[in-house]
Unconditional design. Structure first.
Ligand SMILES: NC(=O)c1ccc[n+]([C@@H]2O[C@H](COP(=O)([O-])OP(=O)(O)OC[C@H]3O[C@@H](n4cnc5c(N)ncnc54)[C@H](O)[C@@H]3O)[C@@H](O)[C@H]2O)c1
Length: 361
């Protein structure tokens, strides 16, 4: 594997992409990094502004569905590696408005693949090219309690428009390898948490609602189980797959860390309460939080009508990446969640600019 890549990262102004850029830049400081991001509601250029200002990365504002722009970015920067994060990623939005998911996740991924094939497998072949596709465990559908965790051979059975669109994109990546011999890898990861996550997802949504004294909405009975992984443990897995994974292969990434949604929210309430107890300035900053009055935030928990087609349980069998590539997550859930809480407490400007809608300038 080449250590001297010129990398295009799609969707790097989003949650995982932003964390990935900081991870990758620290690990491979000399590699050229170009970003292509459409800056949808989920994209926040401020996440990367310090690197853009320092000219450590090149930021291109545009869509992966725009074939001529994608071609220009690949050719002008002599891109040999694409790491593909860009997607519509929120299941609830895929239920109310699936079109954008079909467009970006399926058509956009195919546009990237088609243009990359033209650039890499045409007259002037780029022999060391690599396309890494970032995907989700949701393509496998749902598990009952006691079922074996998802492995790479679990049949695809997506249940939401989001999961179906990611499943389609996974199949396209696979097909470009088998049909055109494109050098590809795919990773399917479980639920991520950490800094820069948009406050529509469970953990940041509940975190900010605790601070504001607003309801903590829990779907159905709250017993849906997810397998949570700290975002940099995901990034470490992607790094291993790109640099040591076998061409054409898929690797599941997970932390063997299953939690019911209600228990995640209760743990979050406990950690935020402890932060208020340890730092009296928090009660002044967030007077509407029950934690400001030394009350438990659990009283904000409000059960709401379940999401249609809500998957019961996800669990990842990460045996392949652990056995073949020596992967091991390093973050423990309790400490990772505490780090995440600290990040949101220390970065109020970041989330306030999202809440007041000024973040996209
Ligand atoms: N968040 C998770 O828990 C999780 C878990 C497993 C896999 N994934 C996958 O990881 C990837 C990143 O997820 P995330 O949570 O960071 O998502 P996100 O919604 O936070 O960010 C998505 C980014 O993609 C950009 N984007 C959207 N449409 C685009 C387009 N047409 N062209 C260019 N850019 C576009 C957005 O502006 C945003 O910056 C996705 O592919 C997702 O399916 C996420």
């Amino acid at each position: 594997m080449s250590n001297n890549r010129t990398v295009l990262v799609t969707g790097a102004a989003g949650f995982i992409g932003s964390n990935f850029i900081y991870y990758w830049k620290e690990k491979y400081p000399d590699q050229a990094l170009v970003i292509l991001d459409a800056l949808t509601y989920a994209g926040n250029k401020n996440n990367l502004q310090q690197l853009i200002d320092a000219k450590e990365i090149i930021f291109v504002h545009g869509s992966i569905c725009d074939a001529s722009l994608v071609k220009q970015v690949i050719v002008d920067n002599s891109i040999d590696t694409i790491i593909h994060f860009a997607a519509e990623s929120h299941v609830d939005r895929s239920i109310t408005g699936p079109d954008a998911f079909i467009e970006t996740n399926i058509v956009g991924t195919h546009t990237l693949l088609r243009v990359a094939k033209e650039c890499w497998l045409g007259e002037n072949e780029v022999t060391n090219h690599h396309f890494h596709h970032v995907s989700t465990d949701e393509v496998y559908g749902t598990l009952a309690a006691g079922d074996a965790a998802f492995s790479e051979t679990t049949p695809y059975a997506p249940n939401s428009p989001y999961a179906a669109s990611k499943a389609a994109s996974d199949h396209l990546v696979r097909a470009y390898h088998h049909t055109f011999r494109m050098r590809v890898t795919t990773s399917n990861c479980s639920n991520n948490y950490g800094p820069y996550q948009f406050p529509e997802k469970l953990i940041p949504l509940c975190m900010l609602n605790i601070l504001a004294g607003r309801a903590l909405p829990i779907y159905g009975d709250g017993l849906q189980i997810r397998d949570w992984l700290y975002v940099d443990d995901h990034n470490r897995g992607i790094d291993l797959v790109i640099n040591q994974g076998r061409q054409g292969e898929t690797y599941n990434i997970g932390g063997n860390n299953e939690w019911a949604n209600i228990d995640v929210v209760k743990l979050l309430c406990k950690i935020v309460g402890e932060k208020f107890n340890a730092d009296s300035t928090l009660a002044t900053r967030f007077p509407d939080s029950p934690c400001a009055k030394r009350e438990t935030a659990e009283r904000l928990i409000t059960y709401v009508t379940d999401r249609p087609g809500h998957d019961t349980r996800y669990a990842i069998d990460a045996g392949k990446i652990m056995g073949e590539l020596g992967y091991n997550p390093v973050e423990v859930f309790e400490s990772g969640l505490e780090k995440t809480v600290d990040w949101y407490l220390n970065n109020e400007d970041w989330w306030q600019s999202i809440l007041d809608d000024s973040y996209q300038g």
